[in-house]
Design a protein around this ligand. Sequence first.
Ligand SMILES: Nc1ncnc2c1ncn2[C@@H]1O[C@H](COP(=O)(O)OP(=O)(O)OP(=O)(O)O)[C@@H](O)[C@H]1O
Length: 415
Amino acid sequence: MKPAIIEELDLSPGDHYGEFEILAALGQGSFARVFAARSPAFEAPVALKLSRAPLTDEATAVRALREISILQNLRNPYVVHILDNGMGEDERWFMVMELLEGATLLEHHDFAAPMDPVRATRMIYEACVGLDEAHEMGIVHRDVKPENIWITAGSGACKIIDFGLARAWDPGSTMGTDATVGHMLIGTPHYAQPEQVHSGKLVASSDVYSLGTVLYELLCAHNPLFADEPLNRARERLRDNPLGWLSAHVKNELVPIDRYPAGARLPAELRRVVHWMLAKDPALRPTRGGAAAEHLAWILHTIFNTEVAAMLRSARPDGSNPSQLLVPGGFTLGNTESCTIEIASGGPARAHASLRWLGPGHEAVLSPVEPHGTVWVNGHLLERPVLLVPGTYFDVAGTRMALAYPQPGSSGAPS
Ligand SMILES: Nc1ncnc2c1ncn2[C@@H]1O[C@H](COP(=O)(O)OP(=O)(O)OP(=O)(O)O)[C@@H](O)[C@H]1O
């Protein structure tokens, strides 16, 4: 293959690229550069991601279009949001994103020392939720690592960036053998997964494994594959040895996190979830970001006294009052096996409604499922999607429910 000739574009503050006035250079990767910029189309400054080379080769074009089409569909608060995209006169591709303030997790945290466990758990919980919306659509990020986890200044909220390597993982596709990556390693060796060697197929639980590695490292400042070696030393030793990393993911046993004092002090439930996320066999891990998020949310609520998820309280006809933690995502209410919110009902097995919650800062939407007539909101028949504003109650086939959103600032949230 002919090597691509990269015609670098030198853009400094004050320069213009089309309608954009460059304010500052923010970062660069192998594929694109990112600038803070101003445009008459947007009130506030934006982040402008500009491909380093004109889109003349197919691999770059495919990568750009893939990232745009994925990000356009993701709306939860834990992924970077895209505002626009297009192609410049010089055939460079650009994407306009919300301008994030803060730093990547790699810059934000000194991996030589453990992070406060509540903070670390909350961060990875948010990353799991951010990825789960993509997972629900059958998309795997494939390059989850501290450089692609953004920590927002002030709130400390986390956002997943750089979906440039993401792609569909449906079993019919030929993951890992497509024209752009061949049989090469996908993503970053340090945060790669054993299945890259075994099957070459990356699935949603592959992202969970990468996040499990990040969580383990945050909690005890060691890598899960090398007993007793400080994380930064292992990183340095294997810097130019991707095969060394890959072979360790496959061959080295997971070092139990309680080997280290910081790990031994963690609640047993958290240690179990970290180990579960790091199972060598992808089928033995949480299947998606959301499955890991549910467990991390439970730990945050019940052990760390930190509200992150919504609480669905029910009053059933038999007098019982079950509660269920809801992490952002989509749910079906009913009494069939596939329903994720179970309704006690003597009637025929069916789904009655669907509920979607994007996360804190959003109100959930409750939508009817045909045939109507079984769901009532504040005493009115549910005929079209409604927002569940605080204080709303709803009755589904005789079960009364209300959703309580997490209180902002109710927690030991990161600052
Ligand atoms: N929306 C944003 N707001 C602020 N800074 C950003 C934003 N998006 C990206 N950056 C900065 O630009 C850097 C490069 O962005 P990104 O990782 O998306 O580029 P890339 O070329 O696809 O990288 P890679 O080659 O590693 O895949 C990031 O590490 C970050 O510092």
